[in-house]
Design a protein around this ligand. Structure first.
Ligand SMILES: *Cc1c(COP(=O)(O)O)cnc(C)c1O
Length: 395
């Protein structure tokens, strides 16, 4: 059996998105900035896509900027707010310990430039407290950046409450909604955010394209200088076929959201119940306030890398943390933030399912993980020490 269980890393393009992509690429090849008819046809598609995405996010089409994806949108939102704040002497940024590296590394860079970066803790359940955000905001705060849903453990953050607090305090608020858009309802008016980042390849659209929502009036500085595309805020010829495909993928994900989440929740229940039968393991993140597609576990006494490789041999493609951290030996910052010690964090497994996964696949995952964990523990000196009492179990 072959099971793709790494949808948080990326998704396969849907047939409808692929069709929109190829049709647009062959029929609408003009440069959207050109004045001739081929260019105008491309411009019309951009206008149409922007309006359709605006309807879904509940904003004005002029508040949307097409970018190269989630990382670029996060960078532009954070740097824009930070530099605008610095001009007014505000150099404090409040965020969380579990943000994606697109946010964390941007904040780190600002830290080197003299900004004060506060990363709030998230507790064992992996959710930041809105009241902690309130307490961290002071007169020098330029920006609050809190993700909508975490990419490793799937926990959903209280962004609506945080947005209210930021609005009340007059502080800019950015949310990285890359894991949420197309999967759970996202409405920029309800969140009261000034910026929001989304990425097409996380909801069955193409890679390398995304959107930055910037509320009308929110500061926006360019990361890329050049032509006057995107109201002068993001230079570079627009990838019209990718934008058309992203729009189709987003509309389909939103239309199917209710039915898909029902299926995913059922599969998630199966995975959590099945994997919990393994001794000395634990679910990562809150049991209920999580994305329906995300199941993340830590197993004591094994190496996540070996687990992944053996699962891959069985046809199961999963992840240990985020795709960005895989390949490095550092344990995930998210797992450390929810209190997993290094050894335990190394034994992690992230299973992220999508609408096309089936019940038979979930059963196969449970059976295979049980087999592989048992096999690896059978060879592990750490597991023997635990079993023979020379080490204390943590989980
Ligand atoms: C994938 C992801 C990103 C990066 O998006 P790209 O389009 O791959 O640059 C940022 N934030 C989160 C939460 C993500 O899951």
């Amino acid at each position: 059996m072959f099971v793709y269980a790494d949808h948080a890393a990326t998704t396969k393009m849907s047939d409808a998105a692929l069709k929109a992509y190829t049709q647009t690429a062959s029929a609408v090849y003009g440069n959207a900035s050109s004045l001739h008819s081929a260019g105008q046809r491309a411009q019309e598609i951009l206008t149409d896509c922007r309006e359709r995405i605006a309807r879904i996010l509940d904003c004005d089409a002029r508040e949307l900027y097409f970018t190269s994806g989630g990382s670029e949108s996060d960078n532009q939102a954070i740097l824009s707010a930070a530099y605008a704040g610095a001009k007014k002497g505000k150099k404090k940024i409040v965020s969380t310990a579990i943000e994606h590296h697109a946010v964390l590394h941007t904040l780190k860079k600002l830290g080197r430039e003299g900004f004060e970066i506060v990363l709030l803790p998230v507790g064992t359940e992996g959710i930041v407290k809105a009241e902690d955000v309130r307490a961290a905001i002071d007169d020098s705060t330029a920006l609050v950046s809190v993700m909508l849903a975490n990419n490793e453990i799937g926990t959903i953050q209280p962004v609506e409450e945080i947005g209210e607090i930021c609005k009340e305090k007059g502080v800019l608020f950015h949310t990285d909604a890359v894991q949420a858009v197309g999967h759970i309802p996202v409405d920029v008016k309800k969140i009261h955010c000034d910026y929001l980042a989304l990425s097409a390849h996380k909801f069955c659209g193409p890679k390398g394209v995304g959107v930055l929502y910037a509320r009308r009036g929110a500061p926006l500085t360019n990361l890329i200088e050049g032509g006057a595309q995107e109201r002068g805020k993001r230079a570079g010829t627009e990838d019209v076929p990718a934008i058309a495909a992203m729009t189709v993928a987003l509309e389909a994900s939103v239309a199917d959201m209710g039915a898909t989440s029902k299926v995913l929740k059922h599969l998630q229940d199966k995975l959590i119940a099945g994997l919990s039968e393994i001794e000395h393991c634990a679910l990562n993140g809150d049991r209920t306030k999580r994305l329906p597609g995300n199941t993340s576990f830590c197993f004591e006494g094994i190496e996540g890398e070996s687990l992944l490789l053996l699962l891959d041999e069985k046809g199961i493609e999963a992840s240990s943390g985020s795709a960005c951290t895989s390949g490095s030996l550092d344990p995930s910052h998210v797992l450390l933030a929810i209190g997993r010690v290094h050894d335990v964090a190394h034994g992690s497994l992230r299973l992220t399912l999508g609408g096309e996964n089936t019940e038979a696949e979930a059963d196969y995952i449970v059976k295979s993980v049980k087999e592989v964990v048992e096999y690896l523990r059978g060879m592990s000196p750490v597991w023997r020490d635990l079993q023979e009492g020379r080490r204390q179990y943590i989980l």
